[in-house]
Design a protein around this ligand. Structure first.
Ligand SMILES: NC(=O)c1ccc[n+]([C@@H]2O[C@H](COP(=O)([O-])OP(=O)(O)OC[C@H]3O[C@@H](n4cnc5c(N)ncnc54)[C@H](OP(=O)(O)O)[C@@H]3O)[C@@H](O)[C@H]2O)c1
Length: 265
């Protein structure tokens, strides 16, 4: 008999191999030595939240039940069992999750029309590793802090493949924004835009999540950066992060200002 018991709430997992009873070997007719319980601490110590913060049996998460640009209509809160990580996965207790324009686009069916509800909402999170599979333990242990870009972040706990996570020194929301917004801005400028030093770069929605990264990356790359936004407060913020020419399009004529600003570009 071989039984693997995984018990939550701080109790250890126990792998029992063989019976506990002194008995007779039916084939040979001789008394066999007493069989021992083998407690497999290697796996359980990795898997369980042994540092004292117990994992509940259920949790809340947001599920997209119908495609709609109205996020409130698209999602519902569900109470479900806390998922169990597979061999190469981490169970992350989410501390911060990123809310991006992409969440609305995805739950409206704009990004990938082949994806049909129900599906889990949320793309990025940062939190503590509270459980993990054996293979994942080659890189992580319980108590590590990680950021990840993966589906199902709008939940108290999320299972994420370890290879899709990034170790971070602390649970700070600043790290979180690098994943979706930072990566999007980088890909847009570097891979798609072939950014070259000295160019003039126009960033629209420049004070938004992606825009503020694009402004800073372009500035770091030695470009002249123009950023559009809808208020003086945002224009001031853009200036503070290095934007050479913020344009508040509600008070300035955008086309005229751009023509003037880019005449020499
Ligand atoms: N975040 C990502 O990782 C990511 C990934 C892929 C694609 N994108 C795309 O990049 C764009 C910006 O995303 P984001 O996450 O940076 O968005 P965000 O932080 O929500 O910022 C969006 C900004 O866009 C401006 N805007 C202009 N017209 C708008 C409208 N009709 N409705 C709402 N906002 C409007 C607003 O700034 P002003 O009021 O200053 O104009 C708003 O603050 C979106 O089109 C998104 O789909 C983003």
């Amino acid at each position: 008999m071989s039984v693997l018991l995984l018990v939550r709430n701080g109790r250890r997992a126990i792998s029992v191999i063989g019976g506990g009873r002194r008995g007779t070997d039916a084939l040979s007719g001789v008394h066999s030595a007493a069989r021992r319980f083998i407690i497999d601490m290697s796996y359980s110590a990795h898997f369980m939240d042994f540092k004292g913060s117990s994992i509940p049996s259920s949790m809340k998460k947001l599920v997209v039940n119908k495609l709609s640009p109205n996020f409130r209509e698209a999602v519902s809160m569900q109470t479900v069992a806390v998922p169990t990580p597979g061999d190469a996965d981490l169970l992350v207790r989410n501390r911060f999750v990123g809310i991006n324009a992409s969440d609305i686009n995805y739950s409206a069916g704009r990004y990938d029309p082949s994806v049909k509800p129900p599906f889990d909402a949320g793309f990025e999170g940062i939190g503590d590793v509270v459980g993990l599979g054996l293979s994942a333990s080659s890189r992580y242990t319980v108590g590590d802090t990680v950021a990840y870009f993966g589906s199902g972040a709008f939940a108290e706990y999320t299972v994420v493949p370890a290879k899709e996570t990034v170790p971070v020194p602390a649970v700070k929301p600043e790290f979180l924004t690098l994943l979706v917004s930072g990566a999007t801005a980088y890909i847009a400028l570097k891979r798609l835009g072939d950014l070259v030093k000295g160019e003039t770069v126009l960033v629209t929605a420049a004070a938004g999540g992606t825009g503020q990264f694009a402004v800073q990356f372009a500035k770091q790359a030695g470009c002249h950066v123009i950023g559009t936004c809808s208020s003086n407060e945002k224009a001031g913020f853009l200036k503070s992060i290095g934007c050479d020419r913020p344009i508040n399009y509600t008070t300035e004529d955008l086309a005229k200002t751009l023509r003037k600003s880019t005449r020499k570009a």
